[in-house]
Design a protein around this ligand. Structure first.
Ligand code: ZN
Length: 207
């Protein structure tokens, strides 16, 4: 008989905020519509649910010389306008993000890096090790953009053994087409794409 239970206090869930940064919000160099609203919604959600998360981390783009990731003629798929350059205002979280994550993982200094699992914190620790040290078994992920860095962070999370839930209503995408493809790819990799109201009600079947 498969065991089916609800995700609850007995599961060790972390919240990972993905790339909620000024340049990805309205007014930034690579603005995604809905970025500021998502920052505010993620803030409200974490404040309401902080007691249920064993860890709250964040990832960020922090580019120095990321080669072909930047282009003066970007295709908005593999190349982009310059964004989130280390040491600039564009790299910082927007004012709407009113919470301080316990650890921030920077990625992409010298190459494109769409997954937060490529990042390291100020101690040089990678996201995977930090989550493992905190005893985390499942992840709630939200941020910018749904069809790029949220997608790749979720895929890496699932590939490394976490139960992954993506909160799509707090994760704006760059385009509807790539967002639909991202949702299909996540579903195919056992990632649950849902909304806030269902975040804690994932039925987990263990065979
Ligand atoms: Zn980037």
């Amino acid at each position: 008989m498969p065991h089916v239970g609800l995700e609850g206090p007995s599961s060790h869930t972390a919240f990972v905020i993905v790339d909620v940064q000024n340049d990805f919000c309205e007014g930034g160099s690579l603005a995604v519509a809905g970025g500021r609203a998502a920052a505010a919604e993620i803030t409200g959600w974490i404040k309401e649910n902080s007691g249920r998360y064993v860890a709250i981390g964040a990832t960020r783009d922090s580019h120095v010389e990321p080669k072909g990731h930047f282009s003066d003629h970007p295709d908005f798929v593999d190349s982009w306008p310059a964004h989130c350059v280390a040491g600039t205002v564009g790299e910082l979280p927007p004012a709407e993000l009113g919470i301080q994550p316990e650890s921030v993982f920077s990625k992409g200094a010298f190459e494109a890096a769409y997954s937060g699992f490529q990042g390291r914190n100020h101690n040089g620790q990678c996201l995977l090790r930090w989550l493992q040290d905190a005893g985390v078994t499942s992840l709630h992920i939200a941020g910018i953009a749904f069809d790029h860095c949220v997608l790749h962070t979720a895929l890496d999370g699932a590939a490394t053994g976490f139960s992954v839930t993506v909160l799509s209503d707090m994760s704006p995408g760059v385009s509807p087409t790539t967002s639909a493809a991202a949702a299909r790819e996540m579903a195919a990799n056992d990632i649950w794409v849902t909304t806030r109201d269902q975040a804690w009600s994932r039925c987990r079947g263990a065979g």
